[in-house]
Design a protein around this ligand. Structure first.
Ligand code: HDD
Length: 701
C-alpha cells in the first residue's frame, strides 16, 4: 500500500479507537442508532471529530480540513456583546391572562376579552454586574416583560423599584459609568460600594428617593418570584374614541414580597452565585409556576394637576393610598427557554414597542429610552434583522417592505417592494386599525431646562423611609453605612450624610455615627424645602405586607444517620401541605440511614448546603450524629447563620448541644424543639411569618 493511502473505515491506532468510545467504553451510537450523523453547518457528514487532518499521525495540519476550520471559526465567534446594563439576566416563557375588558380606557387588543391568554416572555436581571457576576448583588432588578399581542409586541421594560436615579435620559451614561467598575482599575464588579458611584450620587440630589429604595431590602430580593415590578413612568392608555387616560403599571407577586438580609446575601453569593436563576428554574421545572398580577393606577389630567408632584417625574411615585391600584390581569411563567442563548440572551426589549391603545407620556426619561433601545439591539445583535429571531418576532401576522441587511431571513415576495405600487402587491396602511400617536397639544420654546415641578428631591425619599418598619429602617442605615464605609474619600461620605439630613435626621445621625463622622455636616442645599407632611405609605414596606404563608419557600433539613424517621416524615408532610419544598442536607450527599433503617438520599452535603440557601431550617440529627455535628464547623455555621438571619429553626432534642456550640444560648420563640408530632404543627404554623424579626436587634448587636 502506498504511504499516502488514506485510512479505510477503521481508526489507525488503538488510542485513536479509544477516543471514539464513550465513557463506558462502548462505541457511540451512529446512523444505525438514535443519534443523528454529525454534519458540517452545510450538511456534509463528518467522519472524524477527534483529529484534525494531518500529514501523517505526527505531521503538520492541513488547511484543507474544512470541518476543523468551520468548527473553530464558529467557536471563535460565539460571544456577542453583553448588554451595557442588565447584562446578567434570566428569562422564562408564560402567558398573560386578561381579567376584565378595559375597552373603556384602552383599545389595546389583548385587554378587551376577559379570560384571553396572550403569550409572554420575561427577563429578570441585575443592572450593574457583568454577565458572569453573582445574583445577590445589592442592585436594582430588571423586570422586562414582552407580551406578544395580536397587534404587535408590547414591551414593558421595568424594574423592581418604581422610581429611577435620574430625571433625564441624558444622564444615563453618567449614572451607569459611575456604578460600573472604575475605569482605571477595572473593579469593583457588580457593586455600588465604591467612590465613583457615591461621588456621582452625592452630586445628584434627584437620586435621593431612588437611593432610599436601593439601600432598602428591595435591592436584595430572596427570589425573582417574590419581587414587585414597575413600569416606572407614566404611560397612556388610549381608547377606540381616541380618549387618553394616564396609567402607571405595577406587577404584584402572588406569593408576596420577600428579601434576604445583607450578611446572608454576601454568603449566598459564595454558596450559590446562581441562587436566583436556580430558584426560577426549580420552581418552573417542578410545576410551581410563579405568578404576578398586573395592576394599574389610572388617572386623568385633573388628578395629575392636583397631585403633589409632577406625574412626568420618574423619581416620584403616586402612593397607593392616594390612588389605589386595580388588578387587570395575571402573568404566569410556566416554561423555561429551550436554549438560554437563543432566547434569554438574544431577546431584545424596547420601550418603544407598544401596540395600539398604549402610548407614552412626556416623561423625559421615557422619551430618551425610546431612542436608546433600538441602537443597543443593533450593536448587540449585529443586524437590523434582529426582529427575525423567533424570540423577538411578533406572533401575529406582519407585513412591511423592509428588506435585506445582514442575516435577512424574510424578504418581500413578488415584484413590489415599495408602495404605492401599480401591481396590487404588498401591504397598505390602515387609518382605522393602525397605531395612532395620541395627539397631545404641545407648545413652547426649544429649551434645555429641568422643570421647576421636578425640583423636590427629598420629600418622597423621606416618605419612603418613614413608611418602613423599624427593622427595615435599620437595614437602610446599615446598607448606607456599609456602602459608604467602602468609599475612600471622606468628603464624599460627608456629602452623602448632608443629603440624609434632608431626609431623616435620625438616619443621618446613625449613619454618621457608624462612619465615625464626629460632627454632623450642614444639610445639603435643597432647591425646594423638603416636606415633612407626607403621610407614611404602609404598602411600601415589605415586612408589613408579609404573605403569612410558607408557600413557595424552602425548608432545609439537616439529618444524620439515626435521624428520627417518623418526625422527619411528619415535618416533610406538613411542609408539603403548606406548598413549600424541602431539601435534605446530610454529612454525605449519598444520604443517611434513618432510625427505621431506611436510607434517605440527600440533595446537599453539609459543606455545600449552608442555611443561607433556605427560608427556614430544621436540624434533626440522631444521638450519634449530634455529637459528630457539634464538632463540625459547617454545622455550627449552619445554625449560627440561621439564627442571626432571623430564620425559624426547629431541632430534635438531640441537637440541643449543637445549638449551644453555635452560640444560641438563649433560644427564643423562633426556635422550636421538636419532641413530638404536635411541635411540628407549632413550628410550621410560625413559618408564614418568614422571619422572626424580633430577634434581630439582639442577634445583630
Ligand atoms: Fe434601560 C436595558 C429598565 C432607563 C438604556 N433597561 C434595560 C433592561 C431593563 C431596563 C429591565 C433589560 C432588558 C432585558 O432584560 O434585556 N432602564 C430600565 C428602567 C429605566 C431604564 C426601568 C428607568 C425607568 N435605560 C434607561 C435609560 C436608558 C436605558 C434612561 C438610556 C437612555 N436599558 C438601556 C439600554 C439597555 C437597557 C442600554 C441595555 C440592553 C438593552 O437595553 O437591551 O438600551
Amino acid at each position: 500500500m502506498p504511504k499516502t493511502q488514506p485510512p479505510k473505515d477503521k481508526p489507525a491506532t488503538i488510542h485513536d479507537q479509544q477516543l471514539r468510545r464513550g465513557a463506558g467504553g462502548e462505541l457511540h451510537q451512529t446512523a444505525g442508532g438514535t443519534c443523528p450523523v454529525m454534519t458540517t453547518a452545510l450538511g456534509a457528514p463528518v467522519s472524524d471529530d477527534q483529529n484534525t487532518l494531518r500529514v501523517g499521525a505526527r505531521g503538520p495540519a492541513l488547511m484543507e480540513d474544512f470541518h476543523f476550520r468551520e468548527k473553530i471559526f464558529h467557536f471563535d465567534h460565539e460571544r456577542i456583546p453583553e448588554r451595557v446594563v442588565h447584562a446578567r439576566g434570566y428569562g422564562a416563557h408564560g402567558f398573560f391572562e386578561t381579567y376584565d375588558s378595559l375597552s373603556d380606557v384602552t383599545r389595546a387588543d389583548f385587554l378587551q376579552r376577559p379570560g384571553e391568554k396572550t403569550p409572554a416572555f420575561v427577563r429578570f436581571s441585575t443592572v450593574a454586574g457583568s454577565k458572569g457576576s453573582f445574583d445577590l448583588a445589592r442592585d436594582v432588578r430588571g423586570f422586562a416583560v414582552k407580551i406578544y399581542t395580536k397587534e404587535g409586541n408590547w414591551d414593558l421594560v421595568g424594574n423592581n423599584i418604581p422610581v429611577f436615579f435620574i430625571q433625564d435620559a441624558i444622564k444615563f451614561p453618567d449614572i451607569i459609568h459611575s456604578v460600573k467598575p472604575e475605569p482605571d482599575r477595572g473593579f469593583p464588579q457588580a457593586q455600588s460600594a465604591h467612590d465613583n458611584f457615591w461621588d456621582f450620587i452625592s452630586l445628584t440630589p434627584e437620586s435621593m428617593h431612588m437611593i432610599m429604595w436601593v439601600m432598602s431590602d428591595r435591592a436584595i430580593p430572596r427570589s425573582f418570584r417574590f419581587m414587585e415590578g414597575f413600569g416606572v413612568h407614566t404611560f397612556r392608555f388610549v381608547n377606540a374614541a381616541g380618549a387618553s387616560t394616564f396609567v402607571k403599571f405595577h406587577w404584584k407577586p402572588k406569593l408576596g414580597l420577600q428579601s434576604v438580609v445583607w450578611n446572608e446575601a454576601v454568603k449566598i453569593n459564595g454558596a450559590d452565585p446562581d441562587f436566583h436563576r436556580r430558584d426560577l428554574w426549580q420552581a418552573i421545572q417542578s410545576g410551581n409556576f410563579p405568578e404576578w398580577e398586573l395592576c394599574v393606577q389610572l388617572f386623568d389630567q385633573d388628578f395629575a394637576d392636583s397631585f403633589d408632584f409632577d406625574i412626568l417625574d420618574p423619581t416620584k411615585i403616586i402612593p397607593e393610598e392616594v390612588l389605589p391600584v386595580r388588578p387587570i390581569g395575571r402573568l404566569v411563567l410556566d416554561r423555561m427557554p429551550d436554549n438560554f442563548f437563543a432566547e434569554t440572551e438574544q431577546v431584545a426589549f424596547m420601550t418603544q414597542n407598544v401596540p395600539p391603545g398604549i402610548g407614552f407620556s412626556n416623561d423625559p426619561l421615557l422619551q430618551g429610552r425610546n431612542f436608546s433601545y433600538l441602537d443597543t439591539q443593533l450593536k448587540r445583535l449585529g443586524s437590523t434583522n434582529f426582529t427575525h429571531l423567533p424570540i423577538n418576532a411578533p406572533k401575529c401576522p406582519f407585513h412591511h417592505f423592509q428588506q435585506d441587511g445582514h442575516m435577512a431571513m424574510r424578504n418581500p415576495v413578488g415584484r413590489a417592494n415599495y408602495e404605492p405600487n401599480s401591481w396590487d402587491q404588498g401591504p397598505r396602511e390602515s387609518p382605522e386599525r393602525g397605531y395612532k400617536h395620541f395627539p397631545s397639544e404641545e407648545q413652547g420654546q426649544k429649551v434645555q431646562l429641568r422643570p421647576e415641578s421636578f425640583a423636590d428631591h427629598y420629600s418622597q425619599a423621606r416618605q419612603f423611609f418613614i413608611s418602613q418598619t423599624d427593622i427595615e429602617q435599620a437595614h437602610i442605615a446599615a446598607a448606607l453605612t456599609f456602602e459608604l464605609s467602602k468609599v475612600e474619600t471622606p468628603v464624599i461620605r460627608e456629602r452623602m450624610v448632608s443629603h440624609l439630613m434632608n431626609i431623616d435626621q435620625g438616619l443621618a445621625q446613625k449613619v454618621a455615627d457608624n462612619l465615625g463622622i464626629v460632627s454632623l455636616p450642614k444639610p445639603a442645599d435643597a432647591a425646594v424645602k423638603p416636606r415633612t407632611d407626607l403621610d407614611a405609605s404602609p404598602v411600601l414596606s415589605i415586612v408589613n405586607r408579609g404573605p403569612q404563608r410558607f408557600e413557595g419557600r424552602k425548608l432545609g433539613i439537616l439529618v444524620t444517620d439515626g435521624t428520627d424517621a417518623a418526625l422527619l416524615k411528619k415535618l416533610m408532610r406538613a411542609i408539603e401541605k403548606e406548598k413549600g419544598t424541602v431539601e435534605i442536607i446530610a454529612p454525605k450527599v449519598g444520604g443517611v440511614t434513618l432510625s427505621d433503617g431506611n436510607r434517605l438520599p440527600a440533595q446537599q452535603m453539609l459543606d455545600g448546603g449552608p442555611s443561607v440557601l433556605y427560608d427556614a431550617v430544621a436540624v434533626l440529627p440522631g444521638a450519634e450524629g449530634a455529637g459528630m455535628l457539634a464538632v463540625a464547623p459547617p454545622a455550627r455555621d449552619f445554625l449560627a447563620d440561621a439564627f442571626v438571619h432571623c430564620k425559624f429553626i426547629a431541632h430534635s432534642p438531640e441537637a440541643a448541644s449543637l445549638l449551644a456550640k453555635a452560640g444560641i444560648d438563649a433560644p427564643d420563640e423562633g426556635v422550636t424543639a421538636l419532641s413530638g408530632a404536635k411541635d411540628v404543627d407549632a413550628f410550621v404554623g410560625k413559618l408564614g411569618q418568614l422571619r422572626f424579626w424580633a430577634r434581630e436587634p439582639k442577634a445583630s448587636a
